[in-house]
Write a protein that binds this ligand. Sequence first.
Ligand code: HAM
Length: 433
Amino acid sequence: MAKKSKFQCPIGMHDILPEEQAYYQKIYDVVSNIADFYGFGKIDTPIVEQEELFSKGIGLATDIVNKEMYILKTKGGDSLALRPEWTAPLVRAYIENGMQSLPQPVKLWYFGPCYRYERPQAGRYRQFWQFGFETFGESSPVIDAQIVQIFYNVLQELKLKNLITEVNSIGDSNCRPYYKKLLTSYFRNRVASLCVDCKRRLKENVLRILDCQEEKCQSIKSDAPQILDHLCEECHKHFKDVLEFLDEIGIPYELNPYLVRGLDYYTKTVFEIFSNKKEDKSLEEDSKRVALVGGGRYDKLVKVLGGRETPACGAAAGIERIKDLMKSQEIKLPKEVLAQVFLAQLGGLAKRRSLKILEIFRKAKIKVAESFGRDSLKAQLNRADRFGIKYTLIFGQKEALEGVIIIRDMQNGNQETVKLDKVVEEIKQRLKK
Ligand code: HAM
């Protein structure tokens, strides 16, 4: 076991080691290809923003703002927060960079770390990476369906199985206040049977009771009034259209009237994509449904954060959760291209010139392994053997003076001396065979 070091990674955060990078790279490649196809432009924003952007944008009563933000005071006295998500920063960037004056919709995507001071557990980290897609300036339900489709496509392209897409509508400022009143009076009459958290939610954000996972709240929830029965005409039509578009493009989905999301900015459509691990007996009940993607429409947020009223819709996915699922579903990644050539050097002059030879091969796009720290030829040939190398180039004092190099075929041990300026061509020919 590795010795415990004096310093450790902060709790809930991880180093991304070289062997893990291939997953991030694969996810990045799939996401950026899809973004390119659908016409999304990539955006990066600072990792910190004014704290108020999130408290105003996500909502003061949400867990993210209430309990989970990393806040720091700068020397100048500003209160900044590590971004817990990307939507509020994107809205800030959209307004600040004058994107409201561009032809709409403006479509943006992102890929990077977020920070939430959560209780760490499997699939729940304090530093985690998200990628996301956001569309600004378009109110049509076709956009909602397209956002779901884009995420579904990414997960399919990554070959993930057992995906479940859940959708709901949580109405807008026309119909939601009345529904919340109904819900409040329903739960108030049953407050004694609610869990401690839901008693608090009843005061702060009654909708959140609907996605409580506590056993004791389940039966009370199941008889609660449902939002879909109380949508105004506009929200009802919008939701019906979204579902029709999803049917048309053949995305399987389930209606979940309890899906409300943990951020306050949503209007109308909300959705999540889960991986279903029902069969996995080793998992706790609440880790059998891991949300990979979450999002929806947020038509009021641009205005709330100081812009003109602008409809918007988007979602984000958790990259570690996707990576963990790729591993557990044994999804293969493209194999790393291994070097087929090894450069062994002997003596001071040869070692100095070897750095140049390596550069010639790099420019010719031929991967060459070396072990410049070792001086004995035997040790270097052993290394080449261990890498499964086809050809070793041997470059000693004599070769360096004569401008030649030895090519050794590692399978049969045959050696041939060639001119240094012909070696790349010669190796290319041999590798072709
Ligand atoms: P969210 O549901 O909070 O939504 O996060 C989106 C995804 O990020 C989750 O489905 C999950 O995969 C991942 N995630 C969240 N928290 C953690 C964590 N502590 N550890 C690991 N993964 C995590 C948002 O962030 C919204 N901004 C999505 C959105 C974009 N809505 C509209 N546009």
